[in-house]
Design a protein around this ligand. Structure first.
Ligand code: G3P
Ligand code: CA
Length: 264
């Protein structure tokens, strides 16, 4: 079966990650899902930012967790991706609104308004000073959309088993994805994770220990990150992976379309 193509932080190979511009580009390229990392601001808003620090993507010395949303709204989250644009006369003028901090609410509204079904894979980042408040706020927000129930176009992912247990307590019907970075975590996780949970190994684990991923796939759905080329896509297809999370959604959609055409 064809795996779902999920844009990792948006079309992040070409656009500045986690910006509205990156997500709209991913949708234009045919992504069926959008992945985002979420963190809480000091005044309690969930924003789509990967790092704890603002240095890499916000060109600022602060932290997400000690900034208010209004502080983050002043920052430019796009320029770091095109550092030479100022020197390039032929570079397109950027749309500043597309490069501002993106709240999870805005991303969900975008998906809700889109003219086809799009799924959102939301990753809560830990450790964080706000601990379980992140999952509480996340479920509250999803409840506003009526998306805390089975069949909702969202799922929650985390490397933290405890975080996913919290989501399960607050929203028992939510689809959960246990991210797994190392093969050595599997023996413990396989006993602990819920029977309905999806497993989310990284591509390194898939390359180095396909036998473990094959075991994961026997009883559960498997979603793999980050799958950016044909060789890795083939590894995932061989294992029956249900979703591939990629920085290059257009490329993966094209590869899968071409394979379907060749099979006809
Ligand atoms: O989709 C899961 C993947 O995003 C986990 O790693 O560091 O990119 O958040 P990271
Ligand atoms: Ca992530």
């Amino acid at each position: 079966m064809r795996p779902q193509v999920v844009a990792h932080r948006g079309a992040s190979a070409t656009e500045a990650e986690h910006t509205l511009g990156a997500y709209l580009a991913a949708l234009d390229e045919g992504a069926e899902g959008l992945e985002c990392d979420v963190r809480l601001t000091a005044d309690g808003h969930l924003v789509c930012v990967h790092d704890r620090s603002l240095r890499r993507t916000g060109s600022s010395a602060g932290l997400v967790s000690t900034s208010d949303l209004a502080d983050l709204a002043e920052l430019d989250f796009a320029t770091w991706k095109r550092p030479w644009a100022d020197l390039d006369d032929e570079a397109e003028e950027p749309d500043e609104d597309m490069g501002r901090v993106l709240t999870l609410r805005k991303l969900l509204e975008t998906v809700a308004d889109y003219d086809r079904r799009v799924e959102v894979a939301i990753e809560t980042k830990h450790p964080t000073r706000y601990g379980g408040l992140v999952e509480r706020r996340l479920v509250d927000l999803l409840r506003n959309f009526g998306w805390h129930r089975a069949g909702a176009p969202v799922r929650v992912m985390s490397f933290s088993f405890t975080a996913l247990q919290r989501v399960e307590r607050h929203a028992p019907e939510m689809q959960l994805v246990q991210l797994v970075e190392r093969a050595s975590y599997w023996p413990m996780l396989r006993r602990a994770v819920g029977r309905e949970w999806t497993m989310g190994p990284g591509i390194k684990l898939v390359r180095e220990h396909p036998e473990i991923v094959e075991r994961m796939a026997r009883h559960r759905d498997v979603h793999v990150w980050t799958v950016n080329n044909e060789e890795d896509l083939q590894r995932c297809l061989d294992l029956g992976v249900k979703a591939v999370i990629t920085d290059r959604p257009g490329h993966l959609v094209d590869l899968l379309d071409r394979r379907e055409r060749d099979d006809q």
